[in-house]
Design a protein around this ligand. Structure first.
Ligand SMILES: Cc1cc2nc3c(=O)[nH]c(=O)nc-3n(C[C@H](O)[C@H](O)[C@H](O)COP(=O)(O)OP(=O)(O)OC[C@H]3O[C@@H](n4cnc5c(N)ncnc54)[C@H](O)[C@@H]3O)c2cc1C
Length: 379
């Protein structure tokens, strides 16, 4: 049996970042990926901020950044707010591979086609059994996505509340708007979630939906019909769905010898469903803490709980965004239309991303409808 300081399960944004940070911290590190390739193995809109690249330490090269776009957020009555901050539409596979390369450069081993089947504690170390081998590790980082094997193996039954999503990659689109990602809200369009059109190029778009308590495919196909001119002649070349954990972080992401990160821990920003940046940040924090714990020969829960301190700014954002999401869940389409007419771009950025939500709540406090429905709920 081979021994490692840190075994990271799952090579998505969270796992590659965790392996990089652990290896940079001089931990003997193994990164396991069950798929044949380290790449975006799960559907994703692949939209992210410029700040994600900074956090990840990845240069935004043209091969990774396919398009630059601002955002348009549509109310149910199709009025919209433009958010002029420019973000990136990326080739997520190349982005992840770039982080994997940095992990390898720092000394991490990477095994593809190797699935962690079970993980258990054996005295003061962990054992990881895969389809090919068995390893011992002082710390296991579970970065294996929403259906985390690491979490299930260790009896962690709490799962972040999911929103089912479905996304098509469509080609031969005749997009009217190639310089903006478009988000569409409303109970008619996407009950409990939103629909999106993300332009990868003039003719290629990711078109998707997240809905709660409703069939995603029916709503997505209906949404696409609303854009006959732009999407009527387009063909679907990729058709995939996956749950997005939007219910906030699970209570116990840290156990003795174990840290869960990324979708496995529910580190998605609830209101936007964005998880690339927050997963990278979680992975980096977990890898750094794990490496230090190994050096100190103390992988206890108490020692590893430094992860919560390092990740605190993100935890606060996730919690604030969740609060806003819960308040918005109760809104009718008429409410959303009215809200759209009151909020400006910076208000939407703050609310959606769990940033300065207090400022927006104060702005709404004197409003006859939103004082109670939104402002007080957020405060
Ligand atoms: C339809 C959709 C659209 C989205 N759009 C966006 C967006 O535009 N922007 C954004 O920021 N976020 C978006 N997200 C969210 C984002 O994709 C995730 O939050 C993010 O990828 C989570 O990263 P992760 O590393 O935690 O998990 P994942 O990306 O799920 O990676 C987990 C990895 O672990 C591997 N794995 C799983 N089990 C095992 C095992 N037992 N052994 C070994 N390997 C294993 C998997 O193969 C996978 O490679 C979207 C999600 C969906 C579903």
């Amino acid at each position: 049996m081979r021994s490692y300081d840190v075994v990271v399960v799952g090579a998505g944004p969270a796992g590659t970042s965790a392996a990089k940070a652990a290896a940079l911290g001089n931990a003997k590190t193994l990164l396991l990926e069950k798929c044949p390739t380290v790449m975006a193995n799960k559907p994703c809109g692949e939209a992210t901020s410029q700040a994600t690249f900074k956090t990840a330490g990845v240069e935004p090269k043209p091969s990774i950044v396919l398009n630059r776009a601002y955002a348009k957020v549509y109310a149910p009555n199709m009025s919209f707010v433009e958010i002029k901050d420019v973000g990136y539409l990326i080739n997520k596979s190349l982005f992840i591979q770039e982080i994997a390369a940095q992990a390898a450069e720092a000394g991490a081993d990477i095994h593809v086609r190797e699935e962690a089947l079970s993980v258990w504690r054996d005295g003061s170390v962990m054992r990881v059994k895969t389809n090919r081998d068995e390893y011992s590790a002082k710390v296991v980082i579970g970065a294996d996505g929403y259906n985390s094997t690491v979490a299930r193996s260790l009896g962690i039954s709490e799962r972040p509340e999911p929103i089912p999503t479905l996304q098509y990659v469509m080609v031969n689109c005749k997009l009217e708007c190639t310089d903006a990602v478009r988000f569409f809200l409303g109970n008619e369009v996407a009950p409990g979630g939103y629909a999106w059109i993300f332009p990868k190029s003039e003719k290629v778009a990711e078109v998707g939906i997240g809905v709660r308590g409703a069939p995603a495919k029916i709503y997505l196909d209906r949404f696409i019909k609303m854009f006959e001119k732009e999407l009527g002649s387009a063909k679907i070349i990729d058709f995939r769905g996956a749950p997005v954990p939007i219910g906030g972080m699970i209570k116990e992401c840290v156990l003795d010898n174990v840290i869960l990160v990324g979708d496995a821990a529910g580190t998605v920003i609830p209101l936007t469903g964005a998880g690339i940046h927050s997963s990278v940040a979680a992975g980096l924090a977990a890898g750094e803490v794990a490496a230090k714990a190994c050096q100190e020969d103390d992988a206890s829960k108490k020692r590893l709980s430094e992860f919560y301190e390092k990740y605190e700014p993100w935890i606060a954002r996730i919690n604030r965004s969740l609060k806003v999401m819960r308040a918005l869940e109760k809104m009718t389409d008429e409410d959303l239309n009215m809200l759209q007419s009151i909020l400006d771009a910076s208000d939407i950025i703050d609310l959606a991303n769990g940033l300065d939500v207090k400022r927006v709540a104060m702005k709404l406090l004197s409003h006859p409808i939103f004082a109670i429905k939104l402002a007080k709920a957020i405060l």
